[in-house]
Ligand binder design. Structure first.
Ligand code: PMM
Length: 273
């Protein structure tokens, strides 16, 4: 899944693809690099970000989705708002990527239920201005158990709203109300989440826990210099058999996935001997 942030303030690519034309061009480039889905977002969720108006979010994403979907791309909308999800689906989006899993605007579940789309529910506890205050997982089983239980509750809500669970995807929400250690623990235990019976999507690209890992005395590794590490994570995620990775640099992660696929073929042959 290739990321197209149509936002002036995204933490990793803020402003670069903020105009409609640039965003469309970027989406087309990501398809050429091998993206299966383009994830179009008009709200930055970086820690501390303030929310755009609904009208701003609509103006950012709808024309980009319409252009890319009519060009034949599979398009996802990254939104927490029912109104934006609805407009996006009408413009051709086939997946609603709701980072709040239905908590921010429960009406979004009705939009997913009423249309032939995939609904992706991410683990989330609060909006960006306050989410890091919710990064505590003191219950037995820690962050993995809590994310499992809370995603399970989100799927229950989706089902109650009429969403076909066969068309849902789940996401542990790396960096959302999580410390670096929480993110690593989740990455080490992705298979525990597959027990929910749904495909798992993972978004680690350029996030601050990679900056912290690779940083030195001068501070974290800058956002633009975290890609090699992210390819390593794509490899780790793909080796665990996950459904998808949400990334900025599609070519690099696509190459890693091809390596993992080829490697897995070899393993099956070995196993048959
Ligand atoms: N991360 C961000 C935005 N949307 N969606 C899903 N499903 N999973 C994520 O981890 C996720 C997301 C924040 O990252 P960005 O600002 O680089 O887009």
């Amino acid at each position: 899944m290739g990321i197209v942030n149509v936002t002036p303030d995204s933490f990793s690519d803020g402003g670069r693809f903020a105009t409609t034309d640039k965003a469309i061009e970027h989406g087309q480039a990501l398809i050429e690099q091998g993206a299966d889905i383009l994830d179009i977002g008009g709200e930055s969720t970086r820690p501390g970000a303030t929310r755009p108006l609904v009208s701003e979010e609509l103006d950012r994403v709808v024309p980009v989705i319409a252009a890319l979907a009519s060009g034949g791309a599979a398009v996802s909308v990254d939104t927490m708002r029912a109104e934006v999800a609805h407009a996006a689906v009408r413009a051709g989006a086939m997946l609603i990527n709701d980072v709040s899993g239905g908590l921010a605007d429960p009406d979004i579940l009705g939009v997913a239920a009423d249309h032939d789309v995939i609904y992706s529910a991410m683990h989330w506890r609060a909006h960006s201005t306050e989410m890091q205050a919710h990064a505590s997982y003191d219950e037995p089983g820690g962050v993995v158990r809590a994310v499992y239980d809370e995603l399970s509750a989100r799927l229950d809500d989706a089902l109650a709203a009429g969403v076909d669970l066969e068309r849902t995807v789940i996401d542990p929400g790396l960096g959302f109300a999580k410390s670096s250690d929480h993110n690593w623990e989740l990455l080490q235990n992705l298979s525990a989440l597959t027990a929910l019976g749904r495909p798992v999507l993972v978004g680690s690209s350029r996030k601050s826990f990679l900056g912290a890992l690779l940083g030195g005395p001068d501070g974290p590794r800058p956002v633009g210099e975290r890609e090699n590490a992210n390819v390593a994570l794509t490899t780790i995620v793909a080796l665990q058999g996950m459904w998808g990775v949400r990334v900025h640099d599609v070519r690099a992660s696509h190459d890693a996935i091809r390596v993992v696929e080829r490697f897995a073929q070899g393993q099956r042959v070995e196993g048959q001997r």
